[in-house]
Design a protein around this ligand. Structure first.
Ligand code: FA5
Length: 342
């Protein structure tokens, strides 16, 4: 009997070791612990043993039973863990979110246009000269022949600060005075880009804040032909090789003579259309020969030196170039607009 018990224990443990799934475990349990299981039957047999053998056999039988129960539980736990591990590995769900790709920024359409303008003028020998956005009345107006109460000031009505005589510049032209004073007495060629501010009725073509690019060339024997040549070259590089310019007499207190430069319409080529209001021409900038008094204010002797100046609005240039119909889009911060110019 004892021999049988030990053999059964060894066999049962061996079988248990080989079991890898729940079904196998259940079959094993039935085979040994079931109603007709091998261990159950052996245990029943103990009752039939002679009385003197019974206690020892009962003892051993209980030990075997406990050992097998413990081995079964151990195996059951191992199988459960293995099953769980496999399930996790197989049905693994990736709960991580895909990363958010950082969206690359790009330059604002005004900045892109400015840089295009810088490139063109750099090729023509102009470098960039920056001057302040907060100006004084003297430099913004008076040095440019706009004394207090001059009627032309109306065109450039602006934002004044609480500091008397301090204002946001209305155009980049006061930069002419700063540049001349810096480079005097040398000849020089600069463009002066930057933001300007005007207190005016906002419309499809007018903003409170906008960029300008001023141009200024000072030297001996500079004539209006130089001005025309530079501007024609600019228009052709910016808008296409066949562009034509015309110069219309105009008035600015700080240039004499003064002109507006018009370019043949890029849409109709001069035939007349909606963009050019049937005229065939598009106004692109104001310009002229630097007024003798302005030269003097900058430190140059007008008997020896002359110069030309011009001022354009890069937003207006970009509007023409890209067919933008309303200047208010530029600084409204609407991505639907800005993303059209990556
Ligand atoms: C001037 O500001 C002169 N200082 C230009 C100049 C410089 C003339 C040097 C002669 C010599 P005007 O006010 O026309 O001129 O402005 C020049 C350009 O700035 C305009 O053609 C336009 O493109 C742009 N501009 C003017 N006002 C606005 C505005 N409110 N919104 C957007 N662009 C504007």
């Amino acid at each position: 009997m004892l021999e049988e018990l030990y053999q059964l224990e060894a066999k049962a443990k061996n079988e248990l070791e080989a079991i890898t799934d729940v079904e196998g475990l259940e079959a094993w349990r039935l085979a040994y612990f079931g109603k007709k299981g091998a261990l159950t039957m052996l245990l029943r047999g103990i009752g039939k043993l002679p009385a003197e053998e019974r206690p020892q056999a009962g003892n051993i039988a209980n030990q075997v039973k406990s050992a097998l129960e413990a081995a079964f539980e151990q195996r059951q736990e191992a199988v459960r863990r293995a099953a769980l591990a496999e399930e996790l590995a197989q049905g693994a769900m990736d709960v991580r979110l895909p990363g958010r790709p950082p969206s690359l920024g790009y330059l604002h359409i005004s900045t892109q246009t400015l840089r295009e303008i810088y490139d063109i003028f750099a090729r023509l020998g102009f470098h960039v000269f920056r001057s302040r956005e907060v100006e004084d009345d003297v430099t913004n107006f008076q040095m440019l022949n706009l004394p207090p109460d001059h009627p032309a000031r109306d065109m450039w009505s602006t934002f004044y600060t609480t500091e008397p005589g301090v204002l946001l510049r209305t155009h980049t032209s006061p930069g002419q005075i700063h540049a001349m004073r810096k480079y005097h007495p040398e000849p020089f060629r600069v463009i002066l880009p930057g933001k300007c501010y005007r207190y005016e009725q906002v419309s499809t073509r007018h903003e409170h804040m906008f960029f300008q690019v001023e141009g200024l060339a000072i030297g001996k024997h500079i004539t209006m032909a130089d001005l025309k040549g530079v501007l024609e070259s600019f228009a052709r590089q910016m808008f296409g090789a066949n562009r034509r310019l015309r110069f219309r007499p105009s008035y600015f207190p700080f240039t004499e003579p003064s002109a507006e430069a018009d370019m043949d319409c890029i849409l109709c080529g001069g035939e007349g259309c909606q963009i050019c209001k049937q005229t065939g021409w598009l106004e692109i900038l104001g310009c002229g020969m630097v007024h003798p008094q302005v030269l003097r204010n900058g430190g140059y002797d007008p008997d020896e030196y002359s110069g030309f100046a011009f001022g354009m609005g890069p937003e207006r240039i970009a509007m023409l170039k890209h067919g933008i119909t309303d200047i208010r889009y530029f600084f409204a911060n609407d991505l639907r607009f800005l993303q059209q110019f990556p």
